[in-house]
Design a protein around this ligand. Structure first.
Ligand code: C2E
Ligand code: CA
Ligand code: CA
Ligand code: CA
Length: 279
């Protein structure tokens, strides 16, 4: 009926309105969040399938806002990207992650790698390569311990900018990981053109891994592609032993997920590394 339609329209308008308001609030609060010390970086260990050792960590930003409570990066990263805040936030995360892992590595017999998520906007900045090199030099964390995670959608944007940027990073010793692999469009062609070290199988495939034979063959195929291209393959979102066993059978190189560790604040990461190495 007309009335129902009108009600629906009202509902959607109101919902949309609420979303716009919330996004605006996020933007406003996010601008001051770094100075207020509300931004933290947590670390999720990555485990070698072969040895069972922690070989690295993924840095994941956390925002605990005084006004909004805990806000998910899935909600505020896109807003940071659209408003330009990502420039400041991104370099804040790079510095924090590198200095945390430098401090950790100074106390470990075998250093860990840190993987840092880089948004397309950051990668397109003309001084991006210089700024990560400067951070690595200033903090004394050698680039060989730093992986930059980029997503497939960055590649659609402008390959003529992305390609030389990635080459420059590689030439300076940084590693490149292609995140959310398989979710984007025509990923395969990039594998041969880009200086990648690693691909990460998206959590959505690991989720359906055991229940869908389609997902299983997809995961199996991604691992085989990685092998063929001499890329390390990391599976994210591993939550069950059964998922791990199958990934291990298919010779996936590394895993991360709640089965092993959730993203941890630095202090807890230090603890886990200590107890892990005593095993
Ligand atoms: P992502 O890079 O694909 O990160 C993986 C997400 O899966 C993280 O969510 C992580 O906490 C979560 N996760 C890890 N293991 C499991 C598991 O076993 N089960 C489940 N259900 N989830 C798991 P998070 O931290 O909420 O981050 C969401 C997204 O936000 C990230 O997806 C990434 O795209 C973005 N993001 C997070 N931190 C940063 C950052 O520092 N910079 C940028 N540019 N983006 C970030
Ligand atoms: Ca990632
Ligand atoms: Ca993912
Ligand atoms: Ca391999």
């Amino acid at each position: 009926s007309k009335a129902a339609k009108k009600g629906q329209a009202l509902f959607f308008n109101t919902a949309l309105d609420e979303q716009v308001k919330r996004d605006f609030l996020i933007e406003t609060e996010l601008r001051g969040a770094m100075n207020k010390g509300e931004i933290a970086v947590h670390y999720q260990p990555q485990i070698s399938v072969k040895s069972g050792d922690i070989i690295g960590v993924e840095a994941l930003v956390r925002w605990n806002s005084a006004k909004l409570g805990a806000v998910s990066p899935a909600d505020f990263i896109p807003i940071a990207e659209n408003t330009g805040i990502i420039r400041e936030l991104g370099s804040y995360i790079i510095y924090k992650a590198m200095s945390d892992i430098k401090a950790l590595n100074d106390n470990l017999p075998v250093p860990l790698n840190v993987s840092i998520n880089i948004s397309p906007k950051q990668l397109m900045e003309s001084d991006f390569v210089d700024s990560v090199m400067q951070a690595s030099r200033e903090l004394g964390l050698d680039s060989q311990w730093v992986t930059l995670e980029i997503t497939e959608n960055v590649l659609i944007s402008d390959l003529s900018v992305v390609q030389p940027t990635l080459e420059a990073l590689k030439n300076n010793g940084f590693k490149i990981s292609l995140d959310d692999f398989g979710t984007g469009f025509s990923s395969l062609s990039y594998l041969s053109n880009l200086p990648l070290n690693e691909i990460k199988i998206d959590r959505s495939f690991i989720d359906k891994f055991l229940s869908s034979s389609h997902s299983e063959s997809l995961v199996k195929t991604i691992i085989a592609i990685g092998e063929f291209c001499h890329l390390s393959v990391v599976a994210e979102g591993v939550e069950t032993q059964a998922q791990f066993d199958l990934l291990s059978e298919y010779h996936c190189d590394a895993v991360q997920g709640y089965l092993f560790y959730k993203p941890l604040p630095l202090s807890e990461l230090v603890e886990k590394c200590r107890s892990h190495q005593n095993h």
